[in-house]
Design a binder for this molecule. Structure first.
Ligand code: ADP
Length: 207
């Protein structure tokens, strides 16, 4: 068992950039997006239900799922998003719980973009929010994903507002500045989390 740090933030805020740095310090990373991808790929039944629902046009030429197309569909239609969520959430939840219990490192990082939206904050011991302004966020997503402003806005519509997310934060990384010394910030947090984990498990063992 490890002390659980939930790493959250809007799309394009810098979650992967930050989690890569914790990973290079040897900290285990549990990634909600990887879990959901794995479930679709490794569970034939789920894969077939998705194709049956959206039609064969949701596939690439090689028979794999076209994630960009799926994303476009679910972010432009609320009812499709709800349908997919209902299908995947129980399995995602089960696999997440399994992975969260798997490690024995002092702490682990759980990258969970929709922590607040899906009310999962009770599963974490601490919440680290990566924060950027909406303007910077939109420009980074357009540059990274080569999608247009309308698509970005559809995605953002489904995510909680900055203020609401920040209210839940125990720690915040302000990732607006390109000249940010991210390595130093992560190292500081790393030391803090080791300390917090030590105190947490000490208290638990005393009880
Ligand atoms: P997320 O995982 O939250 O969607 P990413 O870590 O992929 O976000 O970051 C989004 C984009 O912004 C990436 O192209 C990344 O290289 C870039 N990026 C991240 N942090 C910074 C920063 N401090 N300055 C400039 N670009 C950044």
């Amino acid at each position: 068992m490890s002390y659980i740090i939930a790493l959250t933030g809007g799309i394009g805020s810098g979650k992967s950039t930050v989690s890569d740095k914790f990973k290079s310090l040897g900290i285990p990373i549990i990634d909600a997006d990887i879990i959901s991808r794995k479930i679709i790929i490794s569970n034939t039944k789920i894969f077939n239900i998705i194709i049956q629902h959206f039609g064969l046009t949701i596939l690439n030429n090689d028979g794999s799922l076209n994630r960009a197309k799926l994303r476009k569909k679910i972010f432009s239609e609320q009812k499709e998003k709800k349908w997919l969520n209902n299908l995947l959430h129980p399995l995602i939840h089960e696999e997440t719980q399994r992975q969260l219990m798997l490690f024995n490192s002092p702490y682990l990082i759980w990258v969970i973009p929709l922590l607040i939206e899906n009310r999962l904050d009770h599963l974490a011991n601490r919440i680290l929010v990566i924060d950027i302004t909406r303007k910077e966020q939109i420009s980074r997503i357009i540059k990274r994903d080569k999608i247009n402003k309308l698509e970005v806005k559809n995605i953002l519509f489904n995510q909680v507002k900055r203020i609401k997310r920040l209210k839940k934060a125990d720690d915040i990384i302000d990732n607006n500045n390109i000249k940010l010394k991210l390595d130093n910030i992560i190292l500081k947090l790393h030391k803090k989390y080791i300390q917090l984990s030590y105190e947490y498990f000490l208290k638990k063992n005393i009880k």
